[in-house]
Design a protein around this ligand. Structure first.
Ligand SMILES: [Zn+2]
Length: 249
């Protein structure tokens, strides 16, 4: 994101060195050029020259030189984009933002979309598991005991992760998901950093789906129901490119 090239071109066409600099220092004509006491270094006799013909300024005392954009950057202490905004404001030019992304931004965007699709698949998987024999016996009966109605269970995407190490991993791979995306989505774990030893993060637990503001699943919370002292009672998705705990909670 930034200012569109069209806006930058409009500013460049419209800007005038004399108009821009005389907003800051009074200019006096002498020969072809205009002169002032330099606004960048202290002086009593003018060594700061402005050439309307060349549309540049140059100080013979401190060496500062450039075009109107450079002048605004130097005197306001701002960057190129801000200088364009400043000049657009001066000349009443509407600033158009450029919607095109850099290749890096585009790649990150594509990755976030892939993660959301994988998380959506996992949500569907966990929700479906709740209707299996194991899911009904353990997960659904837990939700019912806690007073969750079928409508609430459906609305909040409550689900169940089956017992086993690779139920989700295998189903997702069969559906065409890459393991690296599942890993980045926080759905699977990797033992000792070994890509050949990947397994489901959520196992043998009831699943609470966490959604973003547009209602897409971005993470899961999970509670174990069996008495396994080696397992924490609650676990959650880690932070991922689509799940920042501080934003959601
Ligand atoms: Zn100077």
């Amino acid at each position: 994101m930034g200012i569109s090239k069209l806006t930058t071109d409009k500013v460049k066409d419209r800007m005038d060195i004399e108009e821009v600099i005389s907003d800051y220092v009074p200019l006096k004509k002498k020969g072809q050029n205009l002169w002032a006491c330099c606004p960048f270094h202290g002086e009593k006799t003018p060594s700061f020259s402005v050439s309307p013909a060349k549309q540049i300024y140059k100080c013979f005392g401190c060496g500062k030189a450039g075009d109107p954009i450079q002048f605004i950057m130097d005197i306001e202490g701002i960057g190129f984009q801000e200088a364009i905004r400043h000049l657009a404001g001066k000349y009443g030019i509407e600033v158009e933002e450029d919607e095109t992304q850099t290749p890096e931004q585009e790649q990150a965007q594509n990755e976030r979309e892939s993660l959301l699709i994988a998380l959506g698949f996992a949500r569907d998987f966990f929700v479906k598991n709740l209707q299996t024999d194991e899911g009904k016996a353990i997960g659904l009966s837990y939700f019912k005991e806690r007073g969750f109605s079928p409508a609430i269970i459906e609305k909040f995407d409550l689900g169940y992760a089956l017992e086993g190490w690779d139920n989700l991993l295998n189903s997702a791979k069969k559906a065409g998901f890459q393991e690296d995306i599942l890993l980045k989505a926080g759905l699977i774990l990797e033992k000792d950093g070994d890509p050949s030893r990947r397994y489901d993060r959520f196992r043998n637990r009831v699943i609470f789906t966490i959604h973003n503001i547009s209602g897409k699943p971005i993470a899961f919370g999970a509670r174990i129901l069996t008495k396994d002292k080696n397992q924490p009672k609650y676990i959650n998705s880690p932070e991922t490119p689509v799940y920042h705990k501080s934003d959601v909670l």
